[in-house]
Design a protein around this ligand. Structure first.
Ligand code: MIG
Length: 744
């Protein structure tokens, strides 16, 4: 067989100038055009700056904003108010933000970072909660070396939050090209961003808000997630890979036999026919449709992986069809671009093009016909095997177009891939989301993605890629997910048990104790790792895991309400303590605890051999989740957590809806719900919708405000638009449980 052409351009891209010694502020060579205006978004003042180089006429069209245009007329969809931008008269931006262009392909931004200020956001970061004191590179890259100083990661969300004197400010630099944020590395109370692009950009400066208001404003611009299908909030089981249909069915049966709730079985790359996307293996999954149906008979749903690389194979319909229509990315010389991924030499669709997205969307008809429920997008940075980062970390120049792997078609015309790289995965997931939505209009799509850009929350849930079965990675998952949530993406999680390496029994149990509070809750493990299904170790570990997964399921009505809150306000599901306790300076430092909505404070055990940890409770009274004496907040406590204790506290004054134990969300609708009440005076919310359709957007939901006062339970109807199947309701307070009917 003839040797396939091997891609060498990525090597060429490395032969460019990289950073030497830190330079002084370079000379400003800007000679292009710019505009500046201001408005208010959800009550937050926003200044917008658009700039473009000489020769261009405007900043590029944005793919991050709701309306896909930098001049979006907000006021549609989720955004209530309409924006009116006014010409800016401001002379000075907050933090004295300044910008310039220092070469034909380099822009610089400078701002002050007062000593007291803390930085959050920027999407997926390995550096802990406060991002200050290091460089953060935003250039989507798939690599599993998740050591603390590793950079860049799979996703790039250029939205930085600055907390200063108890107020919050945001900088959103909307450009999908390489960005490097240096957050006071020099300890000089100053920060800078270097953007490598020959195109323009748009910067939004949000100022002087509370943290919830800031998120409301940022997500008013970049959009919010829809309510997820309820099944996707259940427990997912994954493995790279279950080798064949027989094994998959056995795993599913095991969950039911052992009564460990589970909703989703995920199929990794080996379900395909030699890694050809939109096919199934005739040897290992010969009756694919039947296998999916059998899983669904057991109340499971199936999520299949889809990678962007299309196998170069003249007998393969996806390759031929895409070639015929010219859908794949080409090099600057017009020749096809080939990169090596799982299928061998592969071509890559140009997802920036709408016609390509439509084509890709339609290909998902294959999965719909087979009954597949959701799609998992991987390798979509895009990641090429064995090649390292396509642009050196230290680059201070953008290679010329013909060395940027390939060319993509932006609304402004052809551009080198590096100009728009950070959009590749997001636009793939957009195509997937829109495909599922069009093909199955009555169901909320479930798409999971590894790569993404600002606004990815509109299309997909995210997981944070290849972590390891290390205690360090259990611990870092908390600040990582906090920053992902503060970057506008509520539906997020990491691989429970860790992806690489062998998990240990203790680690798996402790990981589930945290994972049950991840918005996206999936056990996943790599090929090389030892088995880590919930029963892989001892009965003691299995029992602990069962308790955590059961509790996750019992909390589903509360979790569904948290996503409602996101839809309405942009709030993340997993929140730092400062979200609700902004005045608490002690809380601002804490990144090993988090709020799961307003009423649950998660205080996980993150160290091997640890059975006790110190817990910081904010003001008020807090009740241990699994029962026991309430603790007074405003101080530290030493608390012990056995292997099977849910490591969390409930806020005094909370009413949380719990559904009776179910094994999958198929049983959700008819199962009784109990409103558990903590404290003498309490309030809560109960929301109900069909959990699967978009009717909730047309008033098809019910909402009650719940109150507990003077020993009495009351429900006030706020909205009634969904005719729910009959189920029983109870309240429970201090051991007293009574049936109630909700007011109409
Ligand atoms: O090169 O599909 O992060 O979750 O199991 C590895 C195989 C490709 C990387 C993903 C991981 C997945 C694996 N993929």
């Amino acid at each position: 067989m003839k040797q396939l052409e091997s891609p060498t351009d990525w090597l060429e891209a490395r032969k460019i100038k990289t950073r030497g010694r830190e330079e002084k502020r370079p000379e400003n060579v800007f000679a292009g055009g710019w505009t500046s205006d201001t408005t208010e978004v959800q009550g937050v003042p926003v200044t917008r700056i658009c700039a473009w180089p000489r020769g261009a006429e405007a900043a590029p069209v944005s793919f991050a904003l709701l309306e896909d245009t930098a001049t979006a007329q907000l006021g549609d969809g989720d955004v209530e108010e309409s924006l009116s931008w006014r010409k800016s008269v401001e002379e000075q931006l907050p933090f004295n933000l300044e910008w310039q262009q220092s070469s034909e392909c380099r822009w610089n931004f400078y701002f002050n970072l007062p000593a007291e200020a803390k930085c959050f956001g920027l999407g997926e970061r390995l550096s802990g909660f406060n991002l200050r004191g290091r460089v953060h590179t935003l250039f989507n890259y798939g690599d599993s070396t998740h050591v603390p100083n590793f950079d860049p990661m799979y996703k790039s969300i250029p939205f930085l939050i600055i907390r200063h004197q108890g107020r919050y400010h945001g900088i959103f630099l909307d450009s999908p090209a390489r960005q490097r944020w240096s957050l006071d590395v020099e300890l000089a109370e100053s920060a800078s961003v270097e953007l490598l692009s020959r195109r323009g950009w748009t910067l939004y400066m949000f100022s002087n808000a509370s943290l919830p208001d800031l998120l409301a404003a940022y997500t008013a611009l970049t959009g919010r997630s829809k309510l997820p299908p309820t099944w996707s909030l259940g427990h997912h089981q994954s493995r790279w890979s279950y080798p064949d249909d027989k094994t998959v069915l056995e795993v599913a049966q095991e969950f039911r036999a052992r009564k460990i709730p589970c909703d989703v079985i995920t199929l990794d790359i080996d379900y395909m026919d030699e890694y050809r996307v939109f096919t199934t293996s005739p040897e290992r999954f010969p009756n694919f449709r039947d296998t999916v149906a059998r899983l669904q008979d057991m109340n499971f749903r199936v999520v299949t992986i889809v990678d962007p690389g299309v196998k170069k194979d003249a007998k393969y319909f996806v390759y031929n069809d895409g070639r015929k229509h010219d859908y794949f990315c080409k090099k600057a010389d017009g020749k096809p671009f080939y990169g090596k991924v799982w299928p061998g030499q592969s071509v890559f669709p140009d997802f920036l093009r709408q016609d390509v997205r439509l084509w890709w969307a339609a290909l998902h008809g294959f999965f719909i016909e087979n009954g597949v429920n959701g799609i998992w997008n991987d390798m979509n940075e895009p990641c090429l095997l064995g090649q390292g980062c396509p642009l050196p970390l230290e680059a201070i120049e953008l290679p010329k177009e013909h060395h940027q792997l390939f060319i993509q078609h932006s609304p402004e015309g052809d551009v080198g891939h590096f100009e728009v790289r950070n959009l590749y995965g997001a636009q793939m997931s957009r195509a997937t989301y829109e495909g599922l939505r069009a093909l199955r209009p009555d169901e909320r799509p479930f798409v999971l993605t590894r790569s993404g850009y600002a606004g990815i929350q509109r299309y997909a849930a995210v997981w944070l890629g290849d972590n390891m079965s290390w205690w360090e990675h259990l611990a870092i998952s908390v600040p990582m997910l906090l920053n992902v949530g503060l970057s506008g993406v509520p539906f997020c999680g990491v691989d429970v048990g860790g992806f690489g390496d062998d998990c240990s029994p203790e680690l798996l149990a402790r990981w589930y104790a945290v994972g049950m509070f991840y918005p996206f809750f999936r056990n996943h493990c790599s090929k090389a790792g030892a088995e880590q299904e919930p029963w892989a170790f001892s009965p003691r570990v299995e029992d602990a895991i069962r308790h955590f997964v059961e509790t996750r399921y019992r909390l589903l009505p509360y979790i569904r309400a948290l996503f409602w809150e996101h839809v309405r306000t942009g709030a993340p599901v997993v929140r730092p303590m400062i979200w609700d306790y902004p005045e608490d300076h002690f809380a601002a430092e804490i990144d090993d605890q988090f709020l799961f909505g307003r009423d649950i404070l998660v205080t996980p055990v993150l160290k091997r051999g640890q059975t006790e940890r110190s817990v910081y409770l904010p003001e008020g009274l807090w009740h241990p989740f699994d029962g026991g004496k309430a603790l007074e907040g405003g101080r530290l406590h030493k608390v012990s957590f056995e292997l099977d204790d849910v490591p969390a506290f409930v806020r005094d004054g909370a009413i949380i809806p719990f559904v009776d134990q179910i094994q999958s969300t198929d049983e959700y609708e008819l199962t009784p719900i109990t409103f558990r009440i903590w404290g003498d005076k309490a309030i809560g919310l109960y929301l109900d919708d069909d959990g699967i359709s978009f009717e909730y957007e047309e008033d098809g939901y019910n909402e009650w405000l719940l109150r507990w006062e003077n020993g009495e339970f009351k429900s006030d109807l706020v909205n009634f638009g969904y005719i729910a199947p009959q189920r029983e309701y109870y309240f429970e307070h201090a051991g007293r449980k009574e049936r109630v009917s909700l007011s109409r």
